[in-house]
Design a protein around this ligand. Structure first.
Ligand SMILES: [Zn+2]
Length: 370
């Protein structure tokens, strides 16, 4: 059956072709034909109605082989996405179950640097993320000398807390400004402003008890290679911790960061399990965190002004006072609170009733014993 979800997937640029074919807009067509039988054959939507056939191809062709697991050859087309001149298609591999956007071209580092990922750090570095909080709540204490590596450590707020709890902490982040804060604000020593690629090339690295890669896996173009590199640095019986937005959540397509050029892959528990299994890991713990926050962000996604980001960008060249930054930031928070909170609270309750895996999936993995 043709679902309403597909209605959403018709892209404006192809509406013209659509109208030429059908003589009416995509919306009207779907309204008329929602009840009619339809089926999808290898990327064509063939709708059986009072017109003979209507083929709509995804923006990007079906891949020959899965770019994630390197084995899968069968794919399910999920949806298209268009941003300015760029056209993307989302597919799901039937082998590893990972969903990935094509073309799988990860933006250059400069793109991330331009984005104001460090706004919160500029104001006051502290633990904001629900997945950090959850991990720290689950693991209150660690055996003496537990060695932790945080890949993508940002300003180091997470490992600074682990250090307080007696761990030997290491951190890697490509952003020099983040690493400067980690050193100066938190007094961390083993923190490196490097890409993961360059960090993994270092020959003087010890082995770690815990390797965390939080808010990382969705940005990688080759997760399998990354997992192998992580495995090489992990002690026997060590733990890997990672998270990703759960694609099984309600209103999955409302969060702007779940589209390229932000996240390039979409995950659920099965997909994480499948891809790590290929490198000999199995899941030892799963939590769903940031459920409310994810809904709240979905609600406010449509009303983003980018003012906070802009004020920080301007302040790079022409320093603005911290007072100004704080005011813009907190006004932004207040606006989000007004728009996001009430609908998010409703969805959160609904999600609990329906037992949906909403929010972010936080996973711990260990190497499977042979
Ligand atoms: Zn695959």
């Amino acid at each position: 059956m043709l679902s309403e979800r597909i209605c959403f997937d018709f892209q404006p640029s192809r509406s013209k072709n659509f109208e030429a074919y059908t003589g009416c807009s995509a919306e009207k067509f779907l309204q008329r034909h929602r009840q009619k039988q339809s089926k999808r054959v290898e990327g064509h939507f063939v709708i059986q109605g009072n017109i003979k056939a209507l083929n709509i191809m995804p923006f990007q062709e079906y891949p020959k082989i899965c770019p994630i697991c390197k084995q899968g050859k069968k794919f399910k087309f999920i949806r298209d996405f268009e941003k300015k001149q760029d056209k993307f298609s989302l597919y799901q591999c039937s082998e590893c179950q990972v969903q990935f956007w094509l073309p799988l071209e990860i933006p250059k580092l400069s793109w991330y640097e331009e984005k104001a990922f460090r706004i919160k750090n500029a104001i006051k570095p502290k633990i904001y993320a629900g997945y950090h909080k959850k991990f720290l709540k689950t693991h209150k204490s660690f055996p003496k000398g537990t060695r932790v590596l945080d890949l993508g450590c940002a300003a180091g707020e997470f490992i600074a807390e682990l250090k307080k709890r007696g761990c030997e902490v290491w951190g890697v982040d490509f952003d020099k400004e983040n690493i400067r804060i980690a050193k100066e604000y938190f007094g961390l020593e083993r923190v490196f402003a490097l890409s993961f690629e360059d960090f993994f090339k270092k020959t003087d690295l010890p082995k770690f008890d815990i390797i965390s890669c939080l808010a990382v896996i969705g940005y990688l173009d080759d997760p399998l290679e990354f997992i192998q590199n992580v495995k090489n640095l992990l002690k026997p019986n060590g733990t890997v911790v990672l998270n990703a937005p759960c694609r099984e959540r309600m209103l999955v397509n409302l969060n702007h960061w779940d589209f390229p050029p932000h996240y390039f892959t979409r995950w659920n528990e099965q997909a994480v399990s499948n891809i790590f299994k290929k490198k000999g890991f199995s899941i030892s713990r799963v939590d769903y965190v940031e459920q409310f926050k994810t809904f709240s962000e979905a609600m406010t996604s449509k009303f983003r002004t980018g003012l906070v980001g802009k004020s920080l960008t301007v302040s790079k060249n022409k320093p603005k006072s911290l007072f100004f930054l704080r005011t813009v930031y907190f006004l932004g928070c207040f606006k989000n609170y007004l728009i996001g909170t009430v609908p998010a609270a409703f969805l959160w309750v609904l999600g609990k009733i329906l037992r949906r895996n909403n929010g972010t999936i936080l996973v711990e993995l260990k190497e499977s014993k042979l």
